[in-house]
Design a protein around this ligand. Structure first.
Ligand code: GAL
Length: 468
């Protein structure tokens, strides 16, 4: 096998982890009192998810969590990022708590602690309780208030055992793909009218920070997806489109948390709330956090509308879906780089660029950074001998860890890395077709097979500990 000559080295106290999310791995959607979520409903709509897949069984982690903890122990990770299913804990999204839901996470958390792995959960990874979704979901401010209450319930129960917390995952994706473009749950195509969801998700984040602290929890962060927004050309029109996209994909989700303000360029697009309400909300949204989580996969290339037509290409796409032609930007293919099996470009340098841009934008207002997700869809399966040779995942991860090391050298305080993902799982709108795991999941038999990348990541962790 072509091993890179050396293993990537990060600071000796760097935190090493893996990441998953409830709906993508748990299954057991109707068990022990769990209520339905937006994703159960979305998957049940014909044509929404590739091959009619759903998270109904996923990796059956609900029953197989001891095996999955053992896999993590074998990997030697310090920490595990998973998410709580809100509708397992509070089936209606408000009101009564389901003790059996808490019991499951008690077993998981206690199992992790016994294995020496730090539970680092996310409170919300897109699976909104269905009754709340039916009442408007994140377009409705009420959902943010209910989320704050739920955060308090989880905090009260777990604060003494959980030393690191994440409020919400990637509000940008839920806003853009869920409410804007209709590619993910709840499947609405509101275009810019989706932006109130961004505000309410941010408000939910801030309320959760406060509720967690009130419950005695500490070490609280958020997991935001970020991607450098590259203009397709030097033309003023492309530059302007890329600047707008940068604001609505990146800074609208980071500025309010880190500075208490929305980017000025977006003033005209923001929720039409009275100034005092906005000010009140921004004070909550900017409640101090202890660290900032970045999920990075690849950069985005942006052009002014009409680019594809002028190139004689087909319609502008986002994740293979046609983009609303009335939007003031187009997303364009990035050529000249290797691609993952999901067709995402592999651009490690853009990761360094992104991390450095955070330091430049926020200076001392940027708390320590953790990489809460990074990984690649590489669909290699077991060979006849049962081995999964996913060298391209090793190459991707190796290069991205070195990109983090470069950012640290450039003065960015990055403290840890959670690889996405521990195991192949339900990859949202593309179902089980794209495999992000260090561990291969056979979705028919539920057999787990550690891939070459799993053994490589274990060696990386060992080598890094060895420097201490
Ligand atoms: C992120 C998301 C994860 C996972 C990953 C790979 O946007 O938080 O749940 O699906 O992308 O696509």
């Amino acid at each position: 096998m072509n091993q890179p000559p050396t293993l990537p080295l990060l600071p000796s106290d760097f935190l090493w982890g893996v990441s998953t999310a409830a709906y993508q791995i748990e299954g057991a959607v109707a068990e022990d009192g769990r209520g339905p979520s937006s994703w159960d409903a979305f998957c049940a709509e014909p044509g929404r998810v590739l091959n009619g897949d759903s998270g109904e069984v996923a990796c059956d982690h609900y029953h197989r969590y001891p095996e999955d903890i053992a896999l993590m122990a074998g990997l030697g990770v310090d920490a595990y990022r998973f998410s709580f299913s809100w509708s397992r804990i509070q089936p209606a999204g408000s009101g009564a708590v389901n003790p059996l839901g808490l019991d499951f996470y008690d077993r998981l958390v206690d199992g992790l602690l016994a294995a020496g792995i730090t539970p680092s959960p996310t409170l919300f990874h897109w699976d909104t309780p269905l009754p709340l979704e039916q009442a408007g979901g994140w377009l409705n401010r009420e959902t943010a208030l209910r989320f704050g209450e739920y955060a308090g319930i989880v905090g009260e129960h777990f604060a003494d055992r959980i030393p690191r917390w994440i409020t919400i995952n990637e509000p940008v994706v839920l806003t853009m793909l869920g409410y804007g473009a209709g590619i993910q749950a709840p499947g609405l195509q509101l275009g810019f009218d989706a932006l109130p969801a961004a505000h309410n998700l941010l408000l939910g984040h801030g309320l959760a920070v406060r509720a967690l602290r009130a419950a005695g929890a500490s070490n609280i962060g958020v997991a935001n997806n970020h991607a450098p927004s590259w203009a397709a050309s030097e033309s003023p029109a492309d530059q302007q489109a890329a600047g707008l996209y940068d604001n609505i994909a990146n800074w609208i989700f980071a500025d309010p948390i880190l500075t208490g303000r929305y980017p000025e360029a977006l003033a005209g697009l923001l929720p039409d709330a009275p100034a005092e309400v906005l000010e009140h909300d921004l004070a909550i949204i900017s409640s101090p956090i202890d660290w900032y989580g970045i999920n990075y996969y690849n950069p985005t290339m942006v052009a002014a509308p009409g680019h594809s037509a002028s190139q004689g290409d087909g319609p502008a796409l986002i994740d293979g879906h046609e983009l609303d032609a009335s939007l003031p930007f187009e997303l364009v293919d990035i050529d000249g780089y290797p691609r993952t099996d999901f067709d995402w470009p592999v651009v490690p340098d853009a990761f360094t660029e992104l991390l450095v841009s955070f330091k430049e934008r926020y200076g001392d207002a940027l708390p320590p950074v953790y990489i809460t997700e990074n990984g690649a869809a590489i669909n290699d399966g077991p060979d006849a001998a049962g081995r999964v040779e996913d060298q391209r995942r090793i190459d991707y991860t190796d290069a991205h860890l070195r990109a983090i090391a470069d950012a640290i050298d450039a003065g960015v305080d990055v403290r840890g890395y959670f690889h996405w993902s521990l195991m192949d799982n339900f990859e949202w709108a593309v179902g089980n077709s794209q495999r992000f795991g260090l561990v291969h999941t056979d979705f028919d038999t539920q057999k787990r097979t550690p891939k070459d990348s799993y053994h490589w990541y274990r060696r990386v962790i060992e080598a890094n500990r060895g420097q201490a």
